[in-house]
Design a protein around this ligand. Structure first.
Ligand SMILES: [Zn+2]
Length: 75
């Protein structure tokens, strides 16, 4: 037989996302989901220029559009 004890647990709920480039908040649609955005999480290798750093950032659609325009080779 098992006796269970009720315990409170906490979870992290994503409330807001901000674009790292323009600083604007990523809006939510009418269903409560965030508009699409680019999220990058990169851990650099130790022999790289960034030597083990973790870069994590989010970019909105408008900024991605501008970024793509600046690329010499378009994706
Ligand atoms: Zn942006």
């Amino acid at each position: 037989m098992k006796n269970f004890k009720q315990v409170k647990t906490f979870e992290n709920k994503l409330e807001k996302i901000f674009c790292n480039m323009c600083g604007h908040e990523i809006p939510k649609n009418k269903f409560g989901y965030f508009d699409d955005y680019l999220s990058i999480d990169k851990i650099w290798s130790y022999d790289s220029k960034f030597d083990g750093l973790n870069h994590s950032f989010d970019i909105c659609q408008d900024c991605i559009e501008k970024l793509i325009c600046e690329m010499k080779i378009k994706p």
